[in-house]
Every structure is written in structure tokens, then in C-alpha cells.
Write a protein that binds this ligand. Structure first.
Ligand code: SAH
Length: 367
């Protein structure tokens, strides 16, 4: 018998095509999408606006299979982290961050990561594989519908619990481009999660050609992990810089925001590492660097993990750094550390990765 097709990651077009191939009307696709993503229903039998015969036909051939929840932890500040099993050997992490005016889900795009940034816990896990679209959108499905089932009420007018998505979990989203784009489309689809592109942020370490591709295919808000104001230091912290140095990266950022809308900005993430990139000299160099790019800066206090070898800058240093940026007119915020008591903060996500050591082969191309 053929394996059933998992349609959790199918978008409107793909589902419409599949239904036509099965001899069904393609508009049924939008009904099924609404059941899955808006109602959280993954049992065809419960999709009562479809005929019984159709429901039977669908469940004979198709399945709707989210990742399996292994563990859910809630931090003191309400941040929640799920460990999700995506296959026999691999687990990924997803983090829900409630705030006063929004609730953000931080989603992973790969099992592990190939980029090997020196201060990131995910890097230490190595890399195994790209996540499928069903495994990426499945994280949003689990969070949205899992939290609804627990009785959490929506704070938002559209009835959804998750109001914002950040592609800032494990992995480099622009190295899993097709599946990430498919997932973003489902997040934005009115029959899916109906999120506007302003409410979705993709964070990249700087895969220059793919930044241009993203602009063409799905121009969501862009965040770039900069972390250093010059190539020498950035080569050390983010080895990808050897392949795509700062000048090329900033040029791509400028192209990304374009010139039509002066409100559009790229968010530059900058993790503050004690004694490494946190002096007034670094701050001033950063100001000069970002002069010609419409930017916001997001300062991230370093989140320690075992054997990281780095330390968090003290709060006075962070304040000084921030003041230099603000006084030069740069919009700057310091990211609040959330969920660090359950290792759910930025850069602490590790999941369970069966490293197939392909990373060692892959990263050579960045060196
Ligand atoms: N690969 C993408 C997506 C990961 S996003 C990227 O690099 O942007 C995760 C964010 O957390 C990135 O800005 C990353 O640089 C930052 N980060 C990684 N390790 C960290 C740590 N230990 N403490 C604080 N931030 C960290």
C-alpha cells in the first residue's frame, strides 16, 4: 500500500491541484485549509461540510500529521517551549513569547544549523537536515491549537492566539528557502493563519543571494544577525561572513527595503559579548556602518550555555552602547531576555539533533 500523503504543509494551490487530480472540485481545498489551520481539525471525519463519501476518500489517501510533542515547558515569565519530534532521531524547539500587546511564536527552520556561529548553542549541535513545510507550519499549528485547547483566550481581534511569527529558532531559514517560503505563504493565507507580512520576521545570518530572492517571493520583515561592525571580527563570530562580507550584505539589505516606503527598515541583531564587540569603539563603528541603510538595531544580551566560552556584557556596558546608537539617531531596543530559566532564550535552542556531520563538509565552503 502507498504511504498516505501528509497535507499539513500544502498551500491552496498545491491542495487544489491534488483535489483536481482526485477528481474533486478545487474549491474544496480552501474548506480543508480552514479546517486544518483555522479550526485545528486534522481528522477528515470531523470536516462536516464535506460529504461523507469525500471524507472517506480523503482519509483513504491523505493524512494530516503534525510533529509529535515530546515536552512542553513553561518559564516563570509565561514563555513556553515545546520540544517536537520530527523523526526517530531528531527533535526541534519552538518558543511562544506572550507580551502585553502581542504573542510571538519563534519557529525553527532546520534540524541544527550549518553556519557554526561561535556564540550559538544550535551551532554546537551540528546539522542534520532541513525541515519539511509540514514541520515548519506544524510548529504554528501545535502552538495555536494547543494553546486554544488549554483554554487560552485570544487577545487579538481576529480570534487567533499567535499574533506574530519570527523565523528565529534553530537553523538558517534562507538555506531552506522553498519550504520556508511555502510555510510563510500558509501563515499569510486568509484561509490559513491570516498574518500580515509585517507580523512575520525572518532572521538571517546573511545569505546575500537569498535575501534578494526573499524580496521577490515573499517580502516579510527582515532581520539580519550582524553582531560585529567590521569583517575581521564578524569572520570570527559568523563564519558565513567570509563568503558574504558586510559590504555585500548591507547592499542586499538596502535593496530589500527599496526606496518607495521610507518607513521600511531592516532590523540588525547584535548580540553583546563581553569584551569582544561591546566597547564604545564598536558602537561608533556600527553607527558609521549603518548610516546609509534604513535600520533599526536590536541589541541582544548574550544568553550563556554550557561551554560557550563567552560572557554577557554587564548592564552598564549595554546601556552605554545603546546610548551611543540612540544619540546618533538609530532606533535601538534591547531585547528582553525571555524564558532563560528553561533555556528558551535566543541562541539557547538545541533540540535533539543527530549530527550527521555534514556540517563539516558544508561549512568549508564558507571559509
Ligand atoms: N540563522 C538565523 C536564525 C537564527 S535567529 C540567524 O542567524 O539570524 C537567532 C538569533 O539569536 C540570531 O540573531 C542569533 O545570532 C542570536 N543568537 C544566537 N546565539 C545567541 C546567544 N547565545 N545569545 C543571544 N543571542 C544569540
Amino acid at each position: 500500500m502507498l504511504d498516505k500523503i501528509n497535507i499539513l504543509g500544502f498551500n491552496q494551490e498545491q491542495l487544489g491541484k491534488l483535489f483536481s487530480e482526485m477528481g474533486e472540485k478545487s474549491f474544496r481545498a480552501t474548506q480543508v485549509l480552514q479546517w486544518i489551520h483555522q479550526q485545528g481539525v486534522i481528522d477528515f471525519d470531523l470536516m462536516i461540510n464535506l460529504s461523507k463519501t469525500l471524507r472517506q476518500k480523503l482519509s483513504d489517501r491523505l493524512t494530516i500529521q503534525p510533529p509529535i510533542q515530546m515536552l512542553a515547558q513553561t518559564a516563570n515569565d509565561g514563555t513556553r517551549k515545546w520540544l517536537l519530534k520530527v523523526d526517530e532521531t531528531n527533535g526541534i524547539e519552538t518558543v511562544y513569547i506572550p507580551e502585553d500587546d502581542r504573542a510571538t511564536l519563534c519557529i525553527s527552520s532546520q534540524v541544527g544549523c550549518t553556519l557554526n556561529c561561535s556564540f550559538c548553542a544550535t551551532a554546537k549541535q551540528g546539522f542534520n537536515r532541513n525541515l519539511l513545510t509540514s514541520e515548519i507550519i506544524g510548529q504554528l499549528w501545535i502552538a495555536e491549537h494547543g494553546l486554544r485547547k488549554q483554554g487560552l483566550k485570544s487577545e487579538h481581534s481576529n480570534g487567533r492566539i499567535i499574533s506574530n511569527v519570527v523565523m528565529m529558532g534553530m537553523g538558517e531559514p534562507l538555506l531552506n528557502f522553498e519550504n520556508v517560503i511555502n510555510s510563510l505563504q500558509l501563515m499569510m493565507d486568509d484561509f490559513g493563519y491570516g498574518l500580515s507580512k509585517r507580523r512575520i520576521t525572518l532572521s538571517t545570518a546573511g545569505i546575500v543571494p537569498m535575501i534578494d530572492q526573499l524580496r521577490e517571493k515573499c517580502p516579510v520583515s527582515l532581520a539580519v544577525s550582524l553582531h560585529a561592525p567590521d569583517d575581521d571580527l564578524r569572520n570570527e563570530l559568523v563564519p558565513l561572513n567570509k563568503k558574504y562580507p558586510i559590504k555585500e550584505l548591507l547592499a542586499a539589505c538596502k535593496r530589500y527595503v527599496g526606496e518607495e516606503d521610507s518607513r521600511k527598515k531592516v532590523t540588525f541583531e547584535y548580540v553583546l559579548l563581553k569584551g569582544i564587540n561591546d566597547t564604545p569603539k564598536h558602537a561608533k563603528a556600527l553607527v558609521r556602518l549603518l548610516e546609509k541603510v534604513p535600520s533599526k538595531v536590536n541589541l541582544i544580551p548574550f544568553n550563556p550555555f554550557e561551554q560557550s566560552g563567552f560572557q554577557r556584557s554587564n548592564s552598564e556596558t549595554v546601556e552605554n552602547f545603546k546610548t551611543i546608537l540612540i544619540n546618533s539617531g538609530l532606533i535601538t531596543i534591547t531585547r528582553k531576555t525571555r524564558g532563560d530559566d528553561i533555556a528558551a532564550a535566543c541562541g539557547q535552542l538545541a533540540g535533539q539533533v543527530q549530527d550527521k556531520s555534514r556540517r563539516t563538509i558544508k561549512i568549508q565552503s564558507f571559509q
